[in-house]
Ligand binder design. Structure first.
Ligand SMILES: [Zn+2]
Length: 586
């Protein structure tokens, strides 16, 4: 199989300036790159598929280090919609949550934990996977030959701990025997191809019963022993979340992050660095953890999103809204009864009063109903509302804002997608661009495949390219492409990926620099078990190749499954703590 990508402008991932070049792919590798190479001699014969890239940029496929596609890949080999946005390699098993190793006795726990903590419908998890593997290697084997994208996975601390300690994993300290067993289980998973170790101490991570996930019960000594296991395995890494990722690191956390990196002798990445121009000091304080680590010979890197994360509120799922005082009872009702209740004037009065009360705390900001935006509506009579604020619709319809809101929701049979207003300024974008260029942070943290009822993180790449480069010019094309490709590939030591160069795996994206971007977030009812998720299309991405085979053409999936399931060592090389992992290019 030969593919010739002709007439395009190559942005190769190194940070070098764009240059007119053809790209010749044979089998799964790029074999030649340069002006006219694709048309040379007998190479471009009848067997050659020609992709016309005139007017387009040709780049290496994007590498998304932080996704939760572990479960979805079983029912959706495309890991949709990420490849539509140019992603060719996804990493899962993040935040302490992997789907292996597993025993029949703890599958239910893992399913319920994933559903709760990563916002995936229980019905989809139960219907979409067989849940009958045991070891990490067996789980990886289930995906071999069946995925469109390259996919690698960390092994999750909470999953390991539940396997080793059973019910004691929740809230219990590990005994010396548990620690030995945890170490052995981690060694086994890393031997079988796990790309590293992930864990979470985040206060927001609770299991299906509302209890802290198992990793949160680990003492520092346990975490340090497990980090030290990682150093024995080629091509591995460490990913973690601590409470300070959200509210600012304590001195102890800064020390902890660097210590984990030194014990593992690997970079540690954490997520996610929030960036707001209203509080720039907090950005630099968080990134200082990276400097403190470097001073000790460690590497600590933040993941940061290029775009503002917009959380969707919904009266169907109850996301966020069910935290308002007195609202939970209404969300406990089945959909038809809930719809009827929301149409009832007395119930409306009671809900509004609860939302406006002091008891609502920070959620009270939501109760400024007129500021909410109708992101997506469904009933024909609500066509005037989509894209407008509740206040605008209330004025047009001559009713009070809360009534306008609930009238739309009731007519939509609860499906309405709502967004809180985001006071985003151009200063926010400028500050964000500073963090993209900072070696202590890298672009990522999409969480794609997770939180399916509240967001679609897969837009991170097309947001960087569309909003950051095309619309605002905050980076050059070559800078932005490098951040989506070579930089993350190097952090994880991916072999022969991240650059468009002869000999590299032919993971390639062809896109239009005049139109690149993403569409609006829309609801889709395509999950196993009949549940829905949020989804966004891309704009301007014409072709995506994985290992030399086209998986996306004209923004649709081709159905091909050329993706490689990545194994540590075979597909990754070791990146040591304190090494100049990002290389000299900038
Ligand atoms: Zn995550």
């Amino acid at each position: 199989m030969t593919v010739a990508i002709v007439g395009g402008t190559v942005v190769d991932g190194t940070g070098a300036a764009p240059a007119r070049a053809d790209v010749l792919v044979e089998g799964d590798r790029v074999v030649a790159l340069g002006p006219g190479v694709a048309g040379a001699g007998d190479r471009a014969g009848a067997e050659t598929t020609v992709i016309d890239a005139s007017g387009q940029l040709v780049a290496p496929g994007f590498v998304d280090l932080h996704t939760h596609y572990d479960a979805q890949l079983f029912w959706d080999p495309n890991a949709s919609p990420s490849p539509l946005h140019g992603v060719t390699t996804v990493l899962g098993g993040n935040c302490g949550f992997s789907l292996a190793p597993l025993t029949p006795g703890h599958a239910d726990y893992v399913i319920e934990m994933m559903a709760r903590v990563e916002g995936m419908p229980l019905a989809a998890l139960r219907a979409g996977l067989p849940w009958d593997w045991s070891s990490f290697g067996e789980w990886l084997g289930r995906l071999d030959g069946r995925v469109a994208v390259n996919a690698g996975f960390l092994v999750g601390h909470s999953t390991l701990r539940r396997l080793v300690m059973g019910e004691r994993a929740v809230g219990g300290a590990a005994s010396p025997a548990d620690l030995d067993a945890l170490e052995a289980a981690l060694h086994a998973a890393l031997d079988e191809g796990a790309l590293g170790f992930s864990t979470s101490q985040a206060h927001t991570h609770n299991d299906g019963d509302g209890q802290p996930v198992p990793s949160r019960a680990a003492k520092r000594g346990e975490l340090e022993r497990l980090a030290a296991v990682v150093r024995a395995h080629e091509g591995t890494t460490v990913e973690l979340i601590v409470p300070g990722c959200l509210n600012g690191f304590s001195e102890e956390e800064v020390d902890f992050l660097a210590t984990m990196s030194l014990l593992a002798d690997r970079p540690v990445n954490w997520n996610v660095l929030g960036v707001s121009a209203r509080n720039p000091d907090s950005v630099w304080n968080q990134l200082a953890a990276g400097s403190a680590a470097s001073a000790r010979g460690a590497t600590v890197v933040a993941l940061t999103l290029p775009h503002t994360m917009r959380l969707r509120l919904s009266f169907e799922t109850g996301a966020i809204l069910d935290g308002l005082p007195g609202w939970r009872q209404v969300f406990a009702l089945p959909a038809p009864e809930r719809t009827a209740a929301l149409a009832d004037p007395e119930t409306r009065r009671r809900l509004d009063a609860g939302a406006q009360s002091d008891e609502a705390g920070i959620l009270r900001a939501l109760a400024q109903w007129d500021r909410l935006i109708f992101e997506e509506t469904f009933a024909p009579e609500n066509a005037d509302a989509e894209g407008h604020s509740v206040g605008e619709v209330a004025r047009a319809r001559g009713v009070a804002p809360f009534d306008a809101l609930l009238d739309v929701v009731v007519a939509d049979q609860l499906r309405t997608g709502l967004c809180p207003p985001i006071p985003e300024t151009e200063e926010d974008w400028v500050l964000r661009a500073e963090t993209w260029r900072d070696p202590r942070a890298i672009v990522g943290g999409s969480d794609a495949g997770a939180h399916l009822d509240t967001m679609c993180g897969a837009v991170y790449s097309t947001s960087l390219l569309g909003d950051g480069v095309r619309a605002r010019g905050l980076l050059s094309w070559e800078q932005a492409i490098r951040l989506l490709t070579d930089v993350p590939a190097r952090l994880y030591g991916l072999r022969d990926r991240g650059l468009l160069t002869p000999g590299a795996h032919a993971d390639v994206v062809v896109f239009d620099p005049e139109t690149i971007g993403h569409g609006p977030v829309r609801r889709r009812d395509d999950l196993p078990g009949g549940s829905s998720r949020l989804y966004a299309e891309a704009v301007g991405v014409g072709h995506v190749l994985v290992n030399g085979v086209e998986i996306v053409r004209d923004q649709a999936f081709t159905g091909a499954v050329p993706g490689r399931v990545l194994r540590s060592g075979r597909d990754t090389r070791t990146v040591h703590a304190g090494s100049d992992w990002a290389g000299a290019a900038a």
